[in-house]
Design a binder for this molecule. Structure first.
Ligand SMILES: Cc1ncc(COP(=O)(O)O)c(C=O)c1O
Length: 354
């Protein structure tokens, strides 16, 4: 039994929830009433508190602003069919936050601190978990450097925070992606496997160029040769070729997604052939040309499954099979939704209730 941590709670005088149009929630713009904060100093986390969502006050020299020592997580809470609040695999996010933190010289957030902070915050803002189809409460835990110091060294002070926001669907339609062969998201030995803020900043410019060409998102390739597929935007990428589910193997350049792991686990459980291995651009394009590419999708918390409808490579657009014909991605999306909603057995112990 874990010790109960001492978390102080200061509630808002009146909730903003009635200002929110839950039928029409923009992704990542509306925040719930409260946030969690803990401060790290002298080697320990202290002053654990839930307070009204509000702006922060920081020193202009705060090291996170200058040197980007910051990591984050993203997960979702849902209302199941019985009206209970559930969170999908939060323990996996707690562990990944610490893998990211280690790479960025950020102190560990003990798993019980992560879990209790998240749970208490969700209890306070339970009404913000929407219950309509394709909606959720997005949970954003993050840790960042707080030293008031201009100079390159790991900070001594940090802040761990959690904010939450109700969200609707991330993509309103299947996505068009472009295979990126000039810019790089992550290089071997770099920070690609960590959910570090700077990785995302570096991805914006190439993505912007692709968006100007009419694509929604990039497919990143390896930094050395730009021959092998890595990820798609901020999702892991998967293909079904000749009835085999194929995804790039986890490596130092790939963020090991929790959705990725869930999809692979379900596929294996269904007896499907699964391969985690290098997958070349040529293999995917050949399969698209000869009709053996049955399915292609991104897997990540924001969208769960984002069907890829078109792949652009070297100026040619390859249109993939109609979404209705995608047996695997449609089945796995349905299966994951059913587990979250409590319609299917939680065989792998993925659902956290509080
Ligand atoms: C770069 C990157 N890859 C993959 C993922 C998918 O990970 P998950 O399924 O845990 O959300 C994310 C999102 O968190 C991401 O930012």
């Amino acid at each position: 039994m874990l010790d109960t941590l001492d978390i102080s709670i200061q509630k808002v005088p009146s909730s903003r929830i009635n200002e929110v149009d839950f039928d029409n929630i923009p992704f990542g713009k509306v925040y719930s009433d409260h946030m969690f904060i803990a401060d790290y100093e002298d080697g320990q986390w202290s002053d654990l508190r839930i307070v009204p969502y509000a702006n922060l006050s920081m020193a202009p020299a705060s090291s996170v602003i200058h040197y980007g020592q910051s990591v984050f997580e993203g997960l979702k809470a849902y209302k199941n069919n019985d009206g209970e609040a559930v969170v999908f695999r939060p323990d996996a996010n707690a562990k990944r936050l610490n893998r990211s933190a280690e790479r960025m010289c950020i102190p560990e957030v003990p798993e019980e601190l992560f879990m209790q902070a998240m749970t208490e915050l969700l209890k306070v803002d339970k009404d913000w978990i929407p219950n309509k189809e394709n909606t959720a409460l997005y949970i954003r835990p993050y840790v960042f450097a707080m030293d008031d110091y201009i100079g390159i060294k790991p900070s001594e002070k940090y802040r761990f925070m959690i904010i939450t926001c109700p969200v609707g669907a991330y993509y309103s339609e299947p996505v068009k992606v472009k295979i990126e062969t000039e810019f790089t998201r992550a290089a071997k030995g770099g920070t690609g496997y960590a959910k570090a803020a700077g990785n995302y900043a570096g991805s914006l410019y190439p993505a912007k160029l692709a968006q100007k060409q009419g694509y929604h998102q990039l497919v990143w390739t390896d930094a050395t040769e730009h021959k092998y597929i890595e990820e798609s935007g901020t999702m892991n990428i998967m293909f079904v070729i000749n009835d085999t589910l194929i995804t790039p193997e986890a490596s130092s350049t790939i963020l090991k997604g929790i959705t990725r792991d869930s999809v692979l686990t379900l596929a294996r459980d269904w007896g499907m052939k699964v391969e985690e291995r290098k997958i070349s651009i040529t293999e995917v394009i050949e399969a698209a040309k000869n009709g053996t590419l049955q399915d292609a999708f991104g897997a990540g918390t924001a969208a769960t499954i984002a069907h890829i409808k078109l792949i652009g490579h070297e100026g040619v657009d390859y249109t993939l099979p109609p979404i209705e014909q995608r047996a695997f991605s449609n089945k796995v999306l349905k299966a994951m939704d059913a587990i979250k909603l409590g319609e299917a057995e939680d065989k792998f112990d993925w659902i956290y209730k509080f």
